[in-house]
Design a protein around this ligand. Structure first.
Ligand code: SAH
Length: 356
């Protein structure tokens, strides 16, 4: 799909036209990655963070937030719970915890791989390539690092560099590919200052990066952050941080990256609690990441407020399965590896989106 077409769809408001977009993305999803919805257990292992991202509640400047780091035994318990629940993948996510010893995490990854059949995905922020290599050797299979916005000026504004650290996200995404990780990235939708043209460029970048996973969620203002204290982004070109816009981006990401794993994200389920997962699954998504973080820590991993699965302690695992089946889909078994990579290995076959 050409840039102008993507831009056109991002601006589209007519329900009948949008219904065609959802149907097309859903058909490409079915043909290219099938009907299975893969479940990944998410464990938020630490909320300590050295960064000052202006959108994120974990930023170092949020001094009111009590900080925690899970122990290796606590993480192992979550891994066993993931196996009990039938999940094939464990995602370990964290703030950019400068005090964490990379060797410690390598040992944790080794223990998980030795004790369970789980695939291990990491989402630990920016670390130098030698550390990423250490974790890959320890048995991590996948890495998630959103580029957040394709506009490098806006990215630097909202994600100021860490003193003395020269890492560049786009270069790290290439380093991850070279290390033979399955690579995931994506954007925040409706970040103040984000324009339609930027978002269209971001979707193009997803295709160029040949991502194995594309994670996109709406920006949700956090009152303890600089961006959250400003009035919401305004102006005719500002992308709204809505569920509808998120669905458009998921659908366009599916057309741009047909064989990619795409989650219906927690942020989408947070702003559209009743039907967020279903909406995502109907317009291109094929993954859900239920939260497995122990209750005492979960409310402290406050990237944004009101996160679904934090306010009440109901066991959502059965509910998520029921909701997947209610939209005519099936819970996937196994690790749900990247179909894109399998195909790339077997040499590329055409399964592109075409026109809507
Ligand atoms: N430290 C890791 C993990 C961060 S949390 C990293 O930087 O990659 C994972 C994702 O949460 C981020 O990539 C970001 O896109 C999202 N996020 C952060 N603040 C948010 C907010 N206010 N609203 C919605 N999503 C947010």
């Amino acid at each position: 799909m050409k840039f102008d077409e993507v831009l056109h769809w991002l601006r589209e408001t007519q329900p009948a036209a949008l219904a065609r977009l959802w149907q097309h993305a859903d058909a490409v999803r079915r043909r290219c990655v099938g009907n299975d919805v893969h479940l990944r257990g998410l464990v938020e292992i630490s909320n300590r963070c050295a960064r000052q991202c202006t959108y994120c509640g974990l930023r170092a400047g949020n001094e009111a937030l009590p900080r925690y780091s899970m122990t290796d035994d606590e993480i192992l318990q979550c891994a066993h719970r993931a196996v009990e629940l039938g999940y094939g993948t464990l995602v370990l996510q964290s703030g950019e915890d400068a005090g964490m010893d990379p060797q410690w995490l390598a040992d944790v990854i080794r223990r998980i791989r030795a004790a369970t059949p789980l695939a291990v995905a990491l989402s630990m922020g920016e670390w130098p390539p030698d550390v990423l290599a250490l974790w890959r050797e320890a048995g991590a299979d996948r890495y998630l690092l959103r580029f957040e916005t394709a506009d490098q000026e806006l990215f630097l504004q909202v994600h100021p560099p860490r003193a003395g650290q020269e890492l560049k996200r786009l270069e790290l995404l290439r380093a991850l590919r070279d290390l033979d990780y399955e690579v995931g990235s994506g954007v925040l939708i409706g970040l103040p200052g984000q324009t339609y043209a930027e978002l269209a460029l971001s979707i193009k970048l997803m295709a160029e990066l040949e991502l194995d996973m594309v994670g996109c969620g709406p920006y949700i203002a956090h009152p303890a952050t600089p961006l959250g204290r400003e009035p919401a982004g305004a102006g005719p070109e500002q992308v709204p941080a809505t569920a509808l816009m998120t669905c458009k981006v998921l659908a366009l990401a599916r057309l741009a990256c047909p064989h990619t794993n795409i989650p219906a994200t927690t942020a989408l389920a947070t702003i559209d609690g009743e039907t967020g997962y279903e909406a995502g699954l109907r317009c291109g998504a094929n993954v859900i990441m239920p939260n497995l973080t122990p209750w005492q820590y979960r409310r402290l991993y406050e990237v944004y407020p009101g996160k679904v699965g934090v306010m009440d302690e109901a066991d959502r695992h059965l509910e998520i399965r029921r909701r997947i089946e209610a939209v005519g889909r099936k819970v996937g078994s196994g690790a749900g590896d990247s179909p894109r990579r399998t195909i790339a290995r077997m040499s590329r076959t055409a399964c592109a989106g075409g026109g809507v």
